[in-house]
Design a protein around this ligand. Structure first.
Ligand code: BTX
Length: 325
C-alpha cells in the first residue's frame, strides 16, 4: 500500500474481510492517520468504506467509475495490461496516449477517461463521449512489425470488442469494415487506430475505443439519435463498465498475441464470422470515387475486397461503407 489507489486494491482483494488500519499503516510505513486520510479520499470519490471497531476497514460499495483498481480487480492476473492511467475529464485520450508512448510507456499501457470533451473519430470527426456513459479509452501497443501491418490491429480490436461485448453484456455486435461495431444497424462502438512509425518499423500503435455502454435513448445528441445505440439500450440492462473495460483489454491482449504467434489467418476467420459487411452489396465511398459491388472478404493486410458488377475485384484501403440496396 502506497497511496489511495493501492489501498483501494487492497480492500478489494480482501473479499469483504476487514483489513486492519494498523496493518495498512505498517505496510505503507505511514501513520494510521495517513491511512484514514486515504479512506476519506476514497469516500470523496464515491466509495463506501465501513470502519469496524478493532477490526479494520471494509469496502462496501464502489461507484460506477473506471478506476484502475476496479479494472484490475476484473483483470485478475491477466498479464497484458501494464499501467492504467485514469482521468475524470480530458479533451481526448488519443494525444495523451501518443505522448505517453513517445515517453517510453510500455506495451499494454491504457489511458481511460470518464468523459471526453473533444473525442474524435476518423478524419477529425467528433466522437460523442458523455461522462460516465461509455468506455473512452486508448491502448498503447508496441509490436515488432512493419508499418503496413498496423491496420490489422483495427481488425484485431474489432474482434476483441465483439467478444467482450458478448461475454459481458450478452449482446451480439457485428463488425462493419473497417472500424465500427453495430447492433441492429446502429453504431455501438468506434475504433480509431493511429501509428507512430519509422519507415520500416512500428514504434507504437495507439488504439482508441469508444464504446457506448449505459446511454439511454434520450442521452445521445440529436444528430446521433438515429445512428447510435448503447449496450444498455440493446440489452435493457445497465452494464458494469469496469468489467467490460477489463474484458476488452483481456481480449485485445489475447488476440494480439494470437496474431503475433500465428499470423493473420485466425483473426481473419473470426473477423469474417462476426462481419456485417461480407456478402453485402455496398458502396465504398472514398475521397475521389465510389466503388459499388459485393464485399467478398478481407485480405491479409486488412484490405476490403469488393467484386464489382463487371466481375473485377477491387481492394479498398480506406472508405466509408454504405449499404447499396
Ligand atoms: P468514425 O469516423 O468512423 O465515426 C465518427 C462518426 O460517428 C461521427 O461523425 C458521428 O456521425 C458518429 N458518432 C459520433 N459519436 C458517436 C457515438 N458516441 N456513438 C455512435 N456514433 C457516433 C469512429 O470514427 C472512431 C471513434 C473512436 C473514439 C475513441 S474514444 C477513445 C479515443 N479518444 C478519442 O478521441 N477517440 C477514440
Amino acid at each position: 500500500v502506497k497511496d489511495k489507489e493501492s489501498l483501494l486494491r487492497r480492500l478489494m482483494e480482501s473479499g469483504g474481510e476487514p483489513v486492519s488500519g494498523q496493518m495498512l499503516a505498517d505496510e505503507a510505513g505511514v501513520s494510521r492517520t495517513a491511512v484514514w486520510k486515504w479512506v476519506r479520499e476514497l469516500e470523496e470519490d464515491g466509495y463506501t468504506v465501513r470502519s469496524i471497531r478493532k477490526k479494520g476497514y471494509v469496502l462496501e460499495a464502489s461507484p460506477d467509475r473506471l478506476s484502475p483498481a476496479l479494472i484490475r480487480k476484473y483483470l485478475n492476473d491477466d498479464p497484458f495490461v501494464s499501467e492504467i492511467i485514469h482521468f475524470e475529464s480530458v479533451g481526448s485520450t488519443m494525444p495523451i496516449a501518443h505522448r505517453e508512448a513517445q515517453n517510453g510507456a510500455p506495451n499494454g499501457t491504457v489511458i481511460v477517461a470518464e468523459e471526453q470533451t473533444e473525442g474524435r473519430g476518423r478524419l477529425a470527426r467528433p466522437w460523442s463521449s458523455a461522462a460516465g456513459k461509455g468506455i473512452w479509452m486508448s491502448v498503447i501497443l508496441k509490436p515488432d512489425i512493419p508499418p503496413h501491418r498496423a491496420p490489422q490491429f483495427t481488425l484485431i480490436t474489432a474482434v476483441a470488442i465483439c467478444r467482450a461485448i458478448r461475454e459481458t453484456a450478452d449482446v451480439e455486435a457485428r463488425i462493419k469494415w473497417p472500424n465500427d461495431l453495430l447492433v441492429g444497424g446502429c453504431k455501438v462502438t468506434g475504433i480509431l487506430t493511429e501509428l507512430q512509425a519509422d519507415p520500416d518499423r512500428v514504434q507504437a500503435i495507439i488504439i482508441g475505443t469508444g464504446i457506448n455502454v449505459n446511454q439511454e435513448p434520450g442521452d445521445f445528441p440529436e444528430e446521433l439519435a438515429d445512428i447510435a445505440t448503447s449496450l444498455r439500450i440493446e440489452s435493457g440492462q445497465t452494464v458494469d463498465r469496469a468489467a467490460l473495460a477489463a474484458s476488452v483489454l483481456r481480449n485485445i491482449g489475447r488476440y494480439s498475441s494470437l496474431y503475433l504467434e500465428e499470423g493473420f489467418a485466425p483473426i481473419k476467420a473470426l473477423w469474417e464470422e462476426n462481419s456485417d459487411t461480407i456478402g453485402r452489396k455496398v458502396n465504398a465511398v472514398m475521397m475521389r470515387e465510389t466503388v459499388t459491388g459485393t464485399a467478398i472478404g478481407i485480405t491479409e493486410e486488412g484490405v476490403l475486397e469488393i467484386r464489382t458488377d463487371d466481375g473485377t475485384v477491387r481492394g479498398i484501403y480506406s472508405a466509408d461503407i454504405v449499404p447499396a440496396e
